[in-house]
Ligand binder design. Structure first.
Ligand code: NAD
Length: 256
């Protein structure tokens, strides 16, 4: 039996991931604002410290970590908070639980990016760049007055690139921890319901091309996450795996 940590596990993709891992017979420690083993607010440094300490109180060993908690960029959303939750809330869990991931011998981290990185035009590159410096105040200040719709993909690009850069370093792969990310397309979850209800973003999301002509299900992302957590994906390091019903392939047929 392995021990996994999943944030954002009270809803959507995180809930489906926690359920699948438990069905596999593994132990799952959940982190969320509600209905979780560790209730913590990942938007603040204090909340993140509580989350890490809460997990550490429950286990010395973490075989896999899925920082899934995220908030969406709809009209009126707090752009600085999107930066704090989506990027810094995820990276703080990975960094904070590094000793417990090392204690597993081999371990795997699956970050949740988004296919908006390649699917959405003109997103805020400075958000990704500043996230990668890990200077939260600078990243928040830059995003504060920006359109949340353009900030969200910036945080997700930041996560995917962070996993690529860090994933190949001695600090991570040297301790046996693989960092990868998945880039889901539109997934039928409460987050997407919020997006579809937004007068500005809703029509754009509804018009997103998909070769399978339907949204994805949280369980379909959970299955990919479970594979990336498992030893079956042992060759995958720093990968960004799109799971979007063909959206990325349709928009970028010649991309590698
Ligand atoms: P969701 O809204 O159903 O679930 C998000 C979860 O994160 C909730 O349980 C919420 O309570 C938790 N959360 C939010 N803010 C938090 C905070 N400050 N501290 C702790 N927990 C917090 O969303 P979802 O669709 O399941 O999305 C999960 C992840 O997948 C997110 O990172 C999202 O950006 C990403 N994603 C979703 C889609 C999609 O179409 N739904 C597509 C690409 C990527």
């Amino acid at each position: 039996m392995k021990t996994y940590v999943v944030s954002g596990a009270a809803s959507g993709i995180g809930a489906a991931t926690a359920a699948l891992l438990r069905e596999q017979g593994d132990r799952v420690i959940t982190v969320d604002l509600r209905d979780a083993d560790v209730v913590a607010d990942l938007s603040t440094a204090e909340g993140r410290a509580d989350a890490v300490a809460g997990v550490q109180n429950l286990t010395d060993v973490v075989h896999g970590l899925v920082p899934c908690a995220g908030i969406v960029g709809v009209a009126g959303a707090d752009s600085a908070k999107i930066v704090s939750v989506n990027f810094f809330g995820a990276v703080a869990l990975v960094r904070g639980l590094k000793p417990q991931l090392a204690a597993a011998g081999t371990s795997s981290v699956v970050l949740i990016a988004s296919n908006s990185i390649t699917g959405m035009p003109n997103w805020r590159a400075s958000t990704a760049e500043l996230c990668l410096t890990e200077d939260e105040e600078a990243a928040r200040a830059d995003a504060a007055d920006a359109d949340p719709l353009t900030v969200y993909p910036g945080t997700k690009a930041g996560l995917a690139w962070w996993a690529r850069r860090e994933g190949v370093t001695e600090a991570w792969i040297g301790q046996g921890t693989r960092l990868n990310s998945v880039a889901p397309g539109s997934i039928d979850s409460p987050m997407t319901e919020q997006l579809l209800a937004d007068p500005e973003v809703g029509p754009l999301v509804a018009a997103y091309p998909s070769a399978i002509n339907r949204m994805g299900r949280p369980e379909e992302i959970a299955a990919l996450v479970a594979f990336l957590l498992s030893d079956a994906s042992s060759l995958m390091v720093g990968a960004v795996v799109y799971a979007d019903g063909g959206t990325d392939a349709m928009l970028h047929p010649n991309a590698p």
